[in-house]
Design a binder for this molecule. Structure first.
Ligand code: IMP
Length: 496
């Protein structure tokens, strides 16, 4: 006879937190959201930690290079999507890793023969006004000069003027050599009263630019996730099909953490992928696995050696897996059961495996509930896709702006590796995701600040100052349909 679970599948919206005593030790400003990303021995420090418990989903519409940099700057973590060629994904990882905090690889560059019109076009499209002129127009070509808006008058100069006639030539520029510390570069910017310091390699090729305005940013982003060379941390989604080629290329490019991205992670192919990494890199490369929705699947991937385990089947906003295949589980029930299994595993083995609640976050308070239920961090797609930093197009419909957001299992992404098991067909035989529009929400930084403020405020209400404390002390209650009505404005006419 089949196994039946005793309780129905529950989701976040069916729970509320009960406040506990708030003391002076757990006011919102004292709450730390630091959280482990990878397995560690209890009593020792995890090798990878995030400063906020939010990671972006490895999806085409969510996690490109801009998202990775913006999120790492705020203390979160991004998994660059794997549904692209190995070379393209490795190149994205390289772009992020080349972007040392404060040292920027210039994305927009011109050749000497390009014209003022080219500059005006870049300015209109990107709002960048400092453009390096390199011998071949590439970001790391020989630096010949720099153009800023002080070098031309758009209203009077002929748009056909070659940039070499307008630029400040290298002979008149203050520059420095790769290897200089950020502090020394900033001192030079102040001493010479300049806005931008080009950093060159020994042959005079452009390495990066340091901007005066970024100095303030490093002061305002104390939570940035950086490696020991002050480069942003970045992760990569992988699959259990082409891993023997993809993983070495991503590791070589500098990926800090891998994640096997699959709609159903309870499979022998995930075990084999983890074993491949364990054998080849002897613990130096970290790899997460998933997704799972119960203790049995968690234990399987934990025993296989996963560094973190992701939870969630069918709850994603763009997901139609439950409709198409009838597999999945309410996200809250899944997190609660897997968190219990994680704690039991830690007791038995002395190893703590962080768990990630993936998909289905609709309101900011759902993040807090996931943490209260035992998640160490939360993965989101729709939430991040709304921001300027996501790679998808911003479109106007009527009077409002939207961003495009599509599932990895939609016909648009055709990420067959995420959905197929051993057979490895080169196409999706049926879609498990949709293509959609979501309301555009502006820059990541502003939105994240509000989300984090709400999470900290609720944790303070619940009398805790850290995520591990929250796991132990949170008090949760199921809500009835009628108390949901009670929780929204009711018995009045809302004026705006
Ligand atoms: P969201 O934050 O609710 O939008 O959910 C994002 C999560 O949905 C991702 O991290 C994936 O786990 C999952 N996902 C991504 N694409 C698809 C799809 O096409 N079908 C089903 N689930 C998907």
């Amino acid at each position: 006879m089949a196994t039946y679970f005793d309780t129905p599948s529950r989701t976040f919206g069916e729970y509320l937190l009960i406040p506990a005593l708030t003391t002076r030790d757990c006011t919102p400003d004292k709450v730390s959201l630091a959280t482990p990303l990878t397995r560690y021995k209890i009593g020792k420090k995890p090798e990878l930690t995030a400063n906020i418990p939010l990671v972006s989903a490895g999806m085409q519409a969510v996690s490109g290079t801009n998202m990775a940099i913006a999120l790492a700057r705020e203390g979160g973590f991004c998994f660059i999507y794997g549904s692209q060629s190995i070379q393209a994904q490795a190149e994205m990882i390289r772009t992020v890793k080349n972007n040392r905090a404060g040292f920027v690889t210039s994305k927009w560059n011109l050749k000497p023969a390009d014209t003022l019109q080219d500059i005006l076009d870049i300015k209109a499209e990107t709002d960048h006004s400092t453009i390096p002129i390199t011998s071949d127009g590439s970001p790391h070509g020989k630096l010949l000069g720099i153009i800023t808006s002080k070098d031309y008058r758009a209203s009077r100069d002929d748009p056909k003027t070659p940039v070499e006639k307008l630029m400040t030539p290298i002979s008149k520029l203050i520059t420095d050599q790769a290897g200089i510390s950020l502090k020394a570069a900033n001192d030079k910017i102040w001493d010479h009263k300049i806005n931008c310091l080009p950093i060159l390699d020994k042959k005079g090729n452009l390495n990066s630019l340091v901007f005066r305005k970024d100095y303030d940013q490093s002061k305002t982003n104390p939570l940035s996730l950086l490696d020991d060379q002050k480069r942003y941390l970045v992760g990569a989604s992988i699959n259990s099909h082409d891993y023997t080629e993809r993983i070495p290329a991503l590791v070589e490019a500098g990926a800090d953490l891998l994640c096997i991205d699959s709609s159903d992670g309870y499979s022998v192919w995930q075990k084999e992928t983890i074993e491949f990494v364990r054998k080849k890199y002897k613990g130096k490369v970290k790899i997460g696995a998933g997704n799972v929705v119960d203790a049995e699947a968690f234990n399987y991937l934990a025993d296989a050696g996963a560094d973190f385990i992701k939870i969630g089947i069918g709850g994603g906003s763009i997901c139609i897996t439950r409709e198409q295949k009838g597999i999945g589980r309410g996200q809250a029930s899944a997190v609660i059961e897997v968190a219990k299994a994680r704690d039991a595993y830690a007791k038995k083995t002395g190893e703590y495996i962080p768990i990630c609640s993936d998909g289905g976050i609709v309101h900011d308070y759902h993040v807090t509930l996931a943490l209260a239920m035992g998640a160490d961090f939360v993965m989101m797609g729709r939430y991040f896709a709304r921001f300027d930093e996501s790679p998808s197009a911003k479109v106007k419909r009527g009077n409002d702006f939207f961003k495009e957001y599509w599932g990895e299992g939609s016909n648009r992404a055709r990420n067959w590796q995420r959905y197929q098991m051993g057979e490895g067909k080169n196409s999706l035989s049926f879609a498990e995701g949709v293509d959609s529009y979501i309301p555009y929400a502006g820059p990541l930084k502003d939105n994240l600040a509000v989300t984090i403020a709400k999470v900290k405020s609720t944790m303070s209400n619940c009398g805790v100052a850290s995520i591990p404390e929250f796991h132990k002390k949170a008090k949760l209650t199921l809500v009835s349909d009628l108390s949901l009505v009670e929780g929204a404005p009711h018995d009045l006419i809302v004026r705006d």
